[in-house]
Design a protein around this ligand. Structure first.
Ligand code: PLP
Length: 398
C-alpha cells in the first residue's frame, strides 16, 4: 500500500461519512501547486474552496503567523488584543462598514448576521414573528440558522423546520422578491455572486431594485460575501460593482487564507439598534492568531496588489474558458466574474474532474453539472494555459 492509500484507509475507518472525498491525500503546497503524500504535483484551481487566495507558502503570511504563535494564540473576548483591534479597523476600512464581529467560520458569520437583523427589527418594534427573505439556489452554511436560509431543499430536508420564518424568492427576479415582502419582513439575504448554487452573479438592476426596496421599507440587506468577496471578482468585495452598500455583510473563506476566521459587519445605523452586550459571543472568535492572519492577508493583498492582478488576468481566464465552451458541444455556458468562474456542462462533471485530477489539475464542481474555477488569486498566465491544456485534453479524450 502506498502512503496515500494507508492514510485514506485510516480516514475512511474513523471519519464520520459526511464527505465523498477525492482519493488524494494532500501533503504540502507551494505557490499555486499542491503535492500529495506520494509526491505527485497538482495545479490547484480550487484553492481549498476559494480560500487560499495568496497561494501556498506565502512568506510574509507564514512569518506573521509564526510570530503570533510565539506571542499568544488565544485570550478570549473578555480582553482586548492588538491583532483583533487592528484587523477590525482594517476590515471596516476596506468594506465601508462600521462595526465587525469576528467568527470562526462562514456559517457562524451568517448566524450573527441573521441575529443582528432580527435584533434590529425587535429593537424597533418587539415581536417574535419577523421574517427573512432568502434566495433559491443560495448557500449560506450548515448550522441550523444558515441552513434555514440555504435555498437548496436537499440540504435541508432531513433537519426539520429549521429556524422558521424564512421565505424563498427567485434570485435575479425582483417581482418574486417583491411578492414575498410583507410587514413582517426584516431582512433580505443573498450572495452577491452565488457560489455553490452554480456561479450566478446578481444582475445589476436586480441588486439596485432590492436595495431601493430595502431602503423604502427599512428592511436590512444582508450580502453574503463569504465566497465572492476578498478580491475574487477583482474588487475587494463583489458588491462594490453595484454602487450600493449592504446594511450587514459576511466574510470568511479567503479572509484568513486558511486559518479559520469569518466576520459579520454592519453599518453604524444598524449597530445602534442591534446586538448589545449579552446578545452574542464566541470563545474563539477574533482570537489573536486568526486576526493576525486577517492582518497578514490584507497586508499581502496590498503589497502584491492582488486586486490589480485579478483585474488584469481575469479577462484572459474568461477568454480561455470561452474558447473551451466554443470548442466542445457539451459545454453549454460560462458564467462568473474575475477568478470565480463556472463552466456548465450538459453531462455530470464528476468524470471530467477526476480525469483532470489524474492529469495533475485540481478542480471542483458547483452542483452536478458545473465546474467551478476558483484558483489562488496569484495565478499567472502560464497557469491558465496549463489548466486550459489539461481541460481540453480531457474533454477531447472523453
Ligand atoms: C462556504 C460558504 C459559507 C459557509 O462557510 P463555512 O466556513 O463553510 O461555514 C457561507 N456562504 C457562502 C456563500 C459560502 O460559499
Amino acid at each position: 500500500m502506498s502512503k496515500s492509500e494507508e492514510l485514506m484507509k485510516l480516514g475512511d475507518q474513523y471519519f464520520l461519512h459526511t464527505y465523498n472525498r477525492f482519493p488524494v491525500v494532500l501533503d504540502r503546497g507551494k505557490g499555486v501547486n499542491l503535492y500529495d503524500a506520494d509526491g505527485k504535483k497538482y495545479l490547484d484551481f480550487a484553492a481549498g474552496i476559494a480560500v487560499f487566495a495568496l497561494g501556498y507558502g506565502d512568506e510574509e503570511y507564514n512569518n506573521a503567523l509564526k510570530e503570533q504563535i510565539d506571542k499568544v494564540i488565544h485570550t478570549s473576548n473578555l480582553f482586548y488584543n492588538a491583532p483583533a483591534a487592528l484587523a477590525a479597523e482594517a476590515l471596516c476600512n476596506i468594506s465601508g462598514m462600521d462595526r465587525v464581529f469576528f467568527t470562526n467560520s462562514g456559517t457562524e458569520a451568517i448566524e450573527g448576521a441573521l441575529k443582528s437583523a432580527l435584533k434590529y427589527a425587535y429593537t424597533k418594534a418587539p415581536s417574535d414573528d419577523y421574517e427573512i427573505i432568502a434566495m433559491e439556489h443560495s448557500f449560506h452554511g450548515r448550522s441550523m440558522g444558515a441552513l434555514s436560509v440555504t435555498g437548496n431543499p436537499h440540504y435541508r430536508e432531513a433537519f426539520g423546520k429549521g429556524i422558521g420564518h424564512i421565505e424563498f424568492a427567485a434570485f435575479n427576479d425582483f417581482e418574486s422578491v417583491k411578492k414575498k415582502v410583507s410587514d413582517k419582513t426584516c431582512a433580505i439575504i443573498m450572495e452577491t455572486l452565488q457560489g455553490e448554487g452554480g456561479i450566478y452573479p446578481a444582475e445589476y438592476e436586480f441588486m439596485k431594485n432590492v436595495r431601493k426596496l430595502c431602503d423604502e421599507r427599512d428592511i436590512l440587506l444582508i450580502l453574503d460575501e463569504i465566497q465572492c468577496g476578498m478580491g475574487r471578482t477583482g474588487n475587494m468585495f463583489a458588491f462594490e460593482e453595484y454602487d450600493i452598500r449592504p446594511d450587514i455583510m459576511t466574510a470568511a473563506k479567503a479572509l484568513g487564507c486558511g486559518v479559520p476566521v469569518g466576520a459579520f459587519l454592519m453599518t453604524e445605523r444598524v449597530a445602534e439598534k442591534s446586538l448589545s452586550p449579552g446578545d452574542h459571543g464566541s470563545t474563539y472568535g477574533g482570537n489573536p492568531l486568526s486576526c493576525a492572519a486577517v492582518l497578514a492577508v490584507l497586508k499581502e493583498f496590498k503589497n502584491k496588489d492582488i486586486l490589480s492582478h485579478v483585474r488584469e488576468l481575469s479577462p484572459y481566464l474568461t477568454q480561455k474558458l470561452d474558447e473551451i465552451k466554443e470548442s466542445f458541444d457539451i459545454v453549454t455556458d460560462r458564467r462568473g466574474k474575475g477568478f470565480m468562474q463556472g463552466l456548465e456542462f450538459s453531462v455530470p462533471v464528476g468524470n471530467i474532474i477526476r480525469n483532470c485530477r489524474d492529469e495533475g489539475l485540481i478542480l471542483i464542481s458547483a452542483g452536478s453539472s458545473i465546474i467551478r474555477f476558483v484558483p489562488p488569486l496569484i495565478i499567472e498566465k502560464e497557469d491558465v494555459d496549463h489548466m486550459y491544456g489539461i481541460v481540453t485534453k480531457v474533454l477531447q479524450n472523453l
